[in-house]
Ligand binder design. Structure first.
Ligand code: SAH
Length: 362
């Protein structure tokens, strides 16, 4: 799988778009707000209140979430400069994602963003937002040019499907039935990717600059707990339903694996310590329910199943459609998936497990 070209969220602002189906991910951003405020404050005070602050949101996708992040950064910067009687700084914001990301939708939202900024923070800025296409597993910025780097809901995506997964048949991710070599291959790929990410940012962030990363992880060392592999298990099950219906080929399910990993907290700490360029200020975890819409209707689990299917579809459809075929295959897949999620949630409430990491560049 050519991950850099197929790993996109659904484009546009239509019914199945990421822009319209990312409330789940938005909750993760909201939960770390206080940690982000601290990180931004530290970044500007440790770099002696620069007159132009350079920040980046890595893996910005399209839709309101990246603008929420920028607004929170603006709020914090505005507040701390006022409190300390410093002249309001200029802000340069780079929104980064892979080249196939729907940057057009991001750019179309800019005039409304600038207008709101002017209404709410008249004298602030100016704020200059630009798009930057490229993989965050390599260099994106000049040396020592950034004060603050943010990334949410992105670093669990790997740069490639790990090699050596040919014996992970009928599973699209680590599953209870996967041989141990499958877990090892995923773990190693994450270690390589996350190390490359840190090495690149270590060059680009200036000493005293900060980085705030929020991404999916798992609650236990064991990679087969529900918060790690249940979602993918239900996706595998749905694909096998389509095999039984003759919509999808069995071989196509056998050969597909998600380029995704959910690390345990300890693994993340070890990789950061080994790389050596960052001090960890905070390494915390929290959960976001798969669905917390509070309907008291009889069909609550059906509604929840559909809600979960919507945000999972928005985040995986381009990749799945490239492998299994677009159109009917995707409609059938996510209809089956919604049903399996509903049946699962009926038995057990399940949450995504998140890791949030605040770090200073040494
Ligand atoms: N930050 C937003 C969007 C997260 S969706 C939010 O919190 O809602 C994850 C995004 O990460 C996708 O748009 C995907 O294309 C991007 N992404 C994944 N791997 C990437 C990489 N190697 N380099 C840059 N972006 C990447």
């Amino acid at each position: 799988m050519d991950v850099e070209n197929v790993l996109n969220m659904n484009a546009g602002e239509g019914e199945t778009s990421y822009a319209n189906n990312s409330i789940h991910q938005r909750q993760a951003i909201t939960k770390v707000r206080a940690i982000m405020e601290d990180a931004v404050k530290n970044a500007v005070s440790m770099t002696t209140f620069p007159t132009c602050i350079q920040v980046a949101d890595l893996g910005c996708s399209s839709g309101p979430n990246t603008f929420l992040v920028i607004s929170e950064i603006v709020d914090t910067v505005h507040g701390i400069y006022q409190q300390t009687n410093n002249k309001s700084p200029e802000l340069q914001v780079f929104l980064n994602d892979l080249p196939g990301n729907d940057f057009n939708t991001v750019f179309k939202s800019l005039p409304a963003f600038y207008k709101k900024l002017k209404e709410e923070k008249g004298d602030f800025g100016p704020c200059f937002v630009s798009g930057l296409a490229g993989s965050f597993y390599g260099r994106l910025f000049p040396s020592q040019s950034l004060h603050f780097v943010h990334s949410s809901n992105s670093l669990h995506w790997l740069s490639q499907v790990p090699n050596g997964l040919s014996n992970n048949k009928a599973n699209v991710f680590i599953a209870k039935s996967s041989p141990p070599s499958v877990f090892k291959a995923y773990k190693e790929q994450f270690r390589r990717d996350f190390s490359k990410f840190l090495r690149s940012r270590a060059v680009e962030i200036m000493p005293g600059g900060h980085m705030l990363l929020t991404f999916l992880g798992r609650s236990a060392l064991d990679p087969t707990t529900n918060d790690c592999c249940k979602m993918a298990e239900l996706l595998s099950k749905s694909l096998l339903d389509l095999v039984a219906q003759g919509i999808v080929k069995e071989g196509d399910v056998d050969s597909f694996n998600l380029p995704l990993y959910r690390p345990f907290k300890g693994e993340v700490r070890e990789i950061i310590d080994n790389e050596g360029s960052f001090n960890i200020e905070k390494l915390e975890t929290f959960e976001v329910d798969w669905d917390n819409s509070d309907t008291s209707e009889d069909d609550q689990y059906c509604v929840s199943g559909q809600n979960v299917a919507k945000w999972i579809r928005a985040g995986t459809e381009p990749m799945l459609a490239t492998h299994f075929g677009a159109g009917t295959a995707m409609d059938s897949l996510f209809a089956r998936f919604a049903q399996h999620v509903a049946e699962h949630l009926c038995i057990e409430k399940t949450a995504d497990f998140y890791i949030v990491l605040s770090m200073t560049k040494k």
